[in-house]
Design a protein. Structure first.
Length: 218
């Protein structure tokens, strides 16, 4: 346990595992959002299922822990990297070009966190949290709240900017996480790079489909 918390490799391992967990959640959340395009009643049923129920609360706490752990260890590793290498922290001994996303992972992460805070304020706070505290203002129909927000152009723009940051973050983070947990070597590296772009694009498009659909066509 000591090496996980106090060594660079251990911290990278924890950040990678938490990142993979969050990617799985993003796939679930994006799939849930797509239900809204197909059926508002179906989406509202999912929202009710994920309301102030014990299993939904436990899931929320686990997810929150995953986010906090990922941010904490990303911050520790970034500070460690800056301290160790200074302005040359992205220099490569074999002259291999460093991806733009790799150079800006922490900044992209901050943009994602800001978007997450906005998302929580507009959805979670008005839905599950309001239901937990038995607020009379708790939103009963999640579909109405989502559709109403996505009819506002400025919110759609913010959402799409957030998705762009998420896409760049995932294109590097996905393959890097799997490489850290042991999928390395030239063959796996090439495969993971391709898979990273595919997974990141699928997640971004699934999320983007909902605001674009309701803003342009509904």
């Amino acid at each position: 346990m000591y090496w996980l918390l106090n060594s660079s490799i251990g911290r990278k391992f924890i950040m990678s595992i938490s990142g993979i967990f969050l990617i799985l959640f993003l796939l679930f959340h994006a799939s849930m959002n797509l239900v809204l395009v197909i059926s508002t009643d179906g989406y509202d049923m999912i929202c009710e299922f994920l309301g102030a129920n014990w299993y939904a609360i436990v899931g929320t706490l686990v997810l929150a822990a995953g986010v906090v752990i990922h941010i904490l260890f990303a911050s520790l590793l970034t500070l460690q990297n800056r301290k160790a290498r200074g302005t040359d922290r992205y220099a490569s001994s074999n002259q291999t070009p460093t991806e733009w996303s790799a150079k800006n992972m922490y900044v992209l992460g901050l943009v994602i966190v800001v978007g997450l805070i906005i998302h929580l304020c507009n959805f979670w706070y008005k839905m599950q949290f309001a239901e937990l505290i038995e607020s009379p203002d708790a939103v009963k129909e999640g579909s109405e709240l989502v559709i109403g927000l996505f009819h506002q152009w400025w919110y759609v723009v913010i959402y799409l900017v957030w998705l762009a940051a998420l896409w760049f973050h995932l294109t590097h983070g996905f393959w890097s996480a799997f490489q850290t947990v042991g999928f390395n070597g030239k063959i796996w590296f090439s495969r993971l790079k391709v898979l990273s772009n595919i997974v990141a694009t699928i997640i971004a498009l699934m999320f983007a489909a909902v605001p674009v659909w309701f803003f342009l066509f509904k």
